[in-house]
Design a protein around this ligand. Structure first.
Ligand code: PGA
Length: 254
């Protein structure tokens, strides 16, 4: 069976004490539940990673929100995949639409980042998603196909096994407007079939594909009921412990 995942993307929110408080509250709750079939992941700002990794009785996995596409050297302000691994984190988010939009990250750059992440032993959460214009033009599936083919098709079966895909329609991120469960299911099935075409049925069926974009305690259950939705990448609602815990519970019950 596929691993279910709830991942919280804190983006550029919380200072260190606030981050600790939020993390401890969620971690305490997660220590009371069975996490054999479900991973809870949090992606805090870089500055929090090392100290959160050292949390006593930590059952939450940690992710970086980004990584460099270079291994080392004179790249002021960049953080390499090896640095992330050495902090104790196991995951990295790559290709978030905010990185594509505000930091000019192209498919070529994303491919390099994923390659380095895999080499460093990190699991990648690869984000893809269409804009509102693209959906209105009816080309949302073409856009997703490009984002999958131009980046993920460059890897081999072994590498693909280290990748989780997050479908995040840009029009739903931070807007309060979620994709309907049917829209999410349609796109997740499309992603799974693209993976199937290139890497075969076994890998496609074992790939975790999560949904992101205004996923909340209110709509999570409906989304998680869909057969190709294996969890969520949560932005805003991951900043409130109780909301995030409610989303974890929705996934457990799905
Ligand atoms: P949101 O963000 O839940 O606030 O819409 C999701 C994301 O950007 O990963």
């Amino acid at each position: 069976m596929r691993k279910k995942i709830v991942a919280g993307n804190w983006k550029m929110n919380t200072n260190l004490p606030q981050g600790h408080e939020l993390f401890h509250e969620i971690n305490e709750y997660c220590n009371t539940i069975d996490l054999r079939e479900l991973s809870v992941i949090i992606a805090p700002p870089f500055t929090h990673l090392i100290s959160l990794c050292e949390t006593d009785n930590r059952c939450i996995q940690l992710a970086a929100q980004n990584c460099s596409d270079k291994t080392h050297g004179a790249f002021t302000g960049e953080v390499s995949t090896n640095m992330i691994t050495s902090s104790g984190a196991n995951y990295v988010i790559i290709g978030h639409s905010e990185r594509r939009k505000y930091f000019g990250e192209t498919n070529e750059i994303l491919k390099n980042k994923i390659n380095l992440a895999i080499e460093s032993g990190l699991q990648t959460i690869y984000c893809c998603g269409e804009s509102i214009d693209e959906r209105q033009q009816g080309i949302h599936k073409d856009i997703i196909s490009q984002q999958i083919e131009k980046v993920l098709y460059e890897f081999d079966n072994k590498q693909i096994g280290k990748i989780i895909v997050a479908y995040e329609p840009i029009w739903a991120i931070g807007t309060g407007e979620t994709a309907t469960a049917e829209q999410a299911q349609e796109m997740h099935a499309c992603i799974r079939s693209l993976v199937n075409q290139k890497f075969g049925e076994e890998l496609a069926n074992s790939m975790t594909i999560i949904y992101g974009g205004s996923c909340s305690a209110k709509n999570a259950s409906e989304l998680f009921e869909m057969k190709d939705v294996d969890g969520g990448l949560i932005g805003g609602a991951s900043l409130k412990a109780q909301d995030f815990i409610d989303i974890i519970n929705a996934l457990i019950k799905s």
